[in-house]
Design a protein around this ligand. Structure first.
Ligand SMILES: [Zn+2]
Length: 177
């Protein structure tokens, strides 16, 4: 039950996707029975209903490179629990252990997308044995998309780090005075 109170504070259900910018957002937090908090990040690479969504080839190449880079990071690698694309092809979810904020992992994501934007060589895990559709990868487009997102991250403002949450008027006692 406690889990839900944590979830509702920063849930992507409350996000108006027509107002969402590209950026790095906390999508949600979950608490395990042990008390450990997990943070899910929204890596929004394309602005919904404004930018073209990523191609499947770019999404797929980015997924392999991003997961490989993040899991191999000396500082944060052991906190990476899950990396996966959004079905709408506008970004990725990254789940990490710890009660974290966007600014905590901004330097990590800047490093990751700097790496992907310059990547040259064999994409990790891109074989028939290791992947379900390894031919559907477009490294060239992934590098372009990574460079665009990198440019967003290095100049991130509040609108790129905090979800646009709907605000409602407070009820006041003014009428009773
Ligand atoms: Zn794959």
């Amino acid at each position: 039950m406690e889990q839900n109170t944590l979830n509702t504070n920063v849930s992507s259900f409350n996000v108006d996707h027509t107002k969402l910018k590209c950026g790095l957002f906390v999508s949600g937090k979950d608490m395990l029975d042990s008390g450990l908090v997990l943070t899910t990040f929204d890596l929004r690479m394309k602005r919904p209903y404004h930018d073209e969504p990523m191609t499947t080839g770019s999404v797929h190449a980015t997924e392999h490179l991003l997961a490989d880079y993040l899991r191999g990071d000396d500082l944060w690698g052991n906190k990476i629990l899950y990396v996966g694309p959004m079905g709408c092809r506008t970004g990725f979810y990254v789940m990490m252990s710890g009660d974290l904020g966007s600014k905590d992992i901004l330097p990590l994501m800047i490093r990751a997308f700097d790496y992907i934007s310059d990547f040259d060589g064999e994409i990790p895990g891109a074989t028939q044995k290791q992947c379900g559709n390894y031919l559907d990868m477009d490294l060239e487009q992934a590098r372009t998309d990574a460079a665009i997102y990198y440019n967003v991250l290095i100049e991130a403002k509040k609108e790129n780090l905090v979800y646009p949450v709907k605000r409602e008027k407070k009820k006041t006692n003014k009428g009773a005075l």
